[in-house]
Design a protein. Structure first.
Length: 179
């Protein structure tokens, strides 16, 4: 059997880590046991498409952090995508600012607080797997925004975050310029 170097195994190893992150996000606790998550991974040419669109948005909207984050995507082997749909939980808790879920439902783009809470717990579970496997990662709103605009996750009105994964001698996500 020939020797395989870390460089030869890197992409496949990060895909395996990404798959474990997807599982961790899926099995994370959710309000009332209602699973409103959409979970996926982007690799290969899709990463360039996402990065190119992020550059377009950054230049168009004057959001320099999109340009910085696009460079991070290009240094990644995979990007884990975790999203939630916006759907009330029937608790009438008023934490969203509306007295009842029925009143909140009249404003479909306003998220139920439990949707975003569940999303945060799922993201935390996923990045803990990345950390346990020593994969460099960072949670990025800009990736999620871009993926949502590109409709890559086949749904509307999602709140999406992207988590790029890298394995190199120096994390590309650590010493990033402040913007």
């Amino acid at each position: 059997m020939p020797i395989q170097t870390e460089e030869q195994l890197r992409a496949e190893t990060l895909k395996d880590v990404a798959a474990k992150m997807l599982l961790a996000a899926r099995t994370a606790p959710k309000a009332r046991g209602n699973d409103n998550l959409k979970i996926a991974v982007a690799t290969g040419d899709t990463l360039k498409q996402i990065a190119d669109k992020m550059i377009e948005f950054g230049n168009r909207d004057g959001r320099a952090f999109f340009l910085r984050d696009a460079a991070n995507v290009m240094k990644s082997e995979a990007v884990v995508l975790i999203a939630t749909t916006i759907k009330t939980q029937g608790l009438n808790c008023a934490l969203c600012g509306f007295d009842t879920c029925e009143a909140k439902d009249q404003h479909p783009k306003v998220p139920c607080v439990f949707n975003t809470n569940d999303l945060g717990i799922a993201i935390g579970s996923a990045v803990s797997v990345a950390a346990d496997n020593r994969a460099d990662n960072r949670v990025m709103f800009s990736i999620g925004f871009t993926v949502n605009e590109m409709r890559l996750m086949d749904a509307n009105d999602l709140i999406i975050f992207g988590i790029p994964l890298s394995s190199s001698g120096k994390s590309p996500f650590f010493d990033r310029p402040a913007i």
